[in-house]
Design a protein. Structure first.
Length: 133
């Protein structure tokens, strides 16, 4: 193997490990849609960090996660999940809603500094296994 091939191989392998480390570093938060409501209705996340938001639709109908504040929209089919990457965001309140049930499916991300986030109680939703019908 030539020096050039060896250096290319080393670069490729190191890039893979760096990408994996960055991917693994993202904080994950869960949101659940049930009875056309978001649970929890508010999630506290740290400022200036990219996060992974996993949304589980427990309803028998589809719902569209929509947010003008976050510039995101995603249709989530019945008994499925969706992943949305958000951030990094400055401190503030970012509202979202279910486009198919906008009067009931409403919620917000509360983005705060890391010190404030540590002091907040968080609700973890254990993912339920969803089987295809």
């Amino acid at each position: 193997m030539s020096k050039r091939q060896m250096s290319s191989l080393i670069f490729f392998i190191s890039s893979f490990f760096v990408a994996f480390a960055v991917w693994a570093d993202k904080e994950q938060y869960a949101l659940e849609i049930k009875d056309h409501l978001f649970y929890p209705a508010e999630i506290v996340i740290p400022a200036n960090k990219k996060i992974k938001l996993i949304i589980y639709n427990r309803d028998d109908t589809p719902e569209e996660f929509d947010s003008f504040d976050l510039n995101r929209e995603k249709v989530i089919f019945p008994h499925k999940k969706a992943v949305i990457y958000i951030g990094p965001l400055p401190e503030g309140r970012y509202e979202f809603f279910g486009e198919y049930n906008p009067n009931s499916a409403r919620g917000a991300l509360l983005v705060t500094s890391a010190e404030k986030t540590k002091n907040k109680a968080t609700i973890n939703i254990a993912p339920t296994v969803i089987e295809a019908h």
